[in-house]
Design a protein around this ligand. Structure first.
Ligand code: PLP
Length: 396
């Protein structure tokens, strides 16, 4: 008896699904594995997955080929043993800290950490009995003094937001090692094209891949790279807490990262040109760019970032909010958009956005004023970027 023809609904669900299994050639670039679950041919394959075969996938919250490809790429770029991709930079921060620390533990962090990272530490971790001391991170005596028997790790950013203060990662790594602590470095502002914290003794590196690693302002994500034991703890947390990223975001980021070195070269050269032009303009009181001899961390940046100081800079106008507003309106090719590291130049106002929660006194202490503007310098032609700022400043 011949098998009856399946009904329309059955054909809709099951037909056409095997095209990729019959392919003679293979795709030159990695396809998007936009599948929430993977098919097993046998119970043996389940055992193989549970035994930890990294090429065996089960469920995209746990792992997916697009996430794995990006993780492998970042291990190659940062020189790490293992990596974990997450749905955002903050999901990576959460996995790194909550996967590793226990109630009663203490960490030491830079007082200039990204605002939401500080908020996570102070508002969320504190509720679970994990405490923190925020310090001036290059004051090694202050870091030493903050160490308690409960201290487990030191957390800093390669360069801070918005004044691009540079952390002395090699000195912090030495101190951490001597005191039996781990060092976590957020390398978002530099990227592995310009600086490799693991090579200088850091244990774990973090990126908001939303920024330079993707580079095109069209995907949100975060990644941890480094110590395999710490990554395993972060992965366990992420599987349980559910912070994994979509395959499409992983694919976009993988694609963006292919041009990282080229983009970082252009971002750095353009930022240097703009920083010098801003410093020469009479409307500008001060410029913060680590590639300028006037920056407080110039010497450190020359030592740590010989290939370029990246595309982030800040400057303070002599005027206040009214002049900032006028500048925003006068810029033709530079959007006011509170993120960073895309191919297109953009500006933001830390006092009104990222640092809004801080008191006027706290802002003044950080050297952030009403007239302070942060620039994410893009990869347009340097002369055009400079010209846009100069014409806008001239119009004030
Ligand atoms: N780390 C740094 C240095 C950042 O600038 C940001 C975001 O701006 C984050 C982490 C958080 O990343 P995300 O916004 O992708 O969650």
């Amino acid at each position: 008896m011949s098998t009856p023809k399946p009904g329309l609904s059955t054909r809709s669900v099951h037909s056409g699904n095997e095209v990729d299994r019959r392919m003679v050639t293979r795709p030159k670039t990695l396809p998007i594995y936009e599948s929430s679950v993977f098919v097993y041919d046998s119970l043996e394959q389940v055992d193989d997955f549970l035994a930890g075969n990294p090429d065996n996938y089960m469920y995209t919250r746990i792992a997916n080929p697009n996430q794995a490809a990006l993780e492998e790429l970042l291990c190659a770029l940062e020189g790490g043993e293992a990596a974990l991709f997450s749905a955002s930079g903050m999901a990576s921060v959460s996995a790194a800290l909550l996967g590793r620390l226990n109630a009663g533990d203490h960490l030491i962090a830079s007082r200039e950490l990204y605002g939401t990272t500080q908020s996570l530490i102070q508002k969320e971790l504190a509720r679970f009995g994990i405490t923190a001391t925020l310090v001036e991170i290059n004051d090694l005596a202050a870091v030493e003094a903050a160490i308690t028997p409960a201290t487990k790790l030191i957390y800093t950013e390669t360069a801070s937001n918005p004044l691009v203060r540079v952390s002395d990662v090699p000195a912090l790594a030495k101190l951490a090692r001597a005191r039996g602590l781990k060092l976590l470095v957020d390398n978002t502002f530099l990227s592995p094209a310009l600086y490799i914290p693991l090579a200088e003794g850091a244990d774990l590196v973090l990126h908001s891949t939303t920024k330079y690693l993707n580079g095109h302002s069209d995907a949100t994500g975060g990644i941890l790279v480094g110590d395999a034991e710490w990554i395993a703890q972060a992965r366990r947390f992420q599987i349980n807490a559910g912070g994994s990223a979509s395959p499409f975001e992983a694919w976009l980021t993988f694609r963006g990262a292919k041009t990282l070195a080229l983009r970082m070269k252009a971002h750095s050269a353009n930022a240097q040109a703009l920083a010098e032009a801003l410093e020469a303009h009479p409307k500008v009181a001060r410029v913060f760019y680590p590639g300028l001899p006037s920056h407080p961390d110039y010497a450190l940046a020359q030592r740590l970032f010989p290939k370029g100081a990246s595309g982030m800079l800040s400057f303070t106008l002599h005027g206040g909010l009214a002049e900032v507003d006028a500048l925003i309106r006068a810029l033709n090719n530079t959007a006011f958009a509170p993120s960073l590291a895309g191919v297109a130049s953009s500006i933001t106002h830390p006092g009104k956005t990222s640092h809004r929660a801080l008191s006027p006194e706290a802002l003044a202490e950080l050297d952030i004023h009403d007239g302070t503007i942060r620039v994410s310098v893009g990869i347009e032609d340097a002369a055009d970027i400079v010209q846009d700022f100069v014409q806008a400043l001239d119009s004030l």
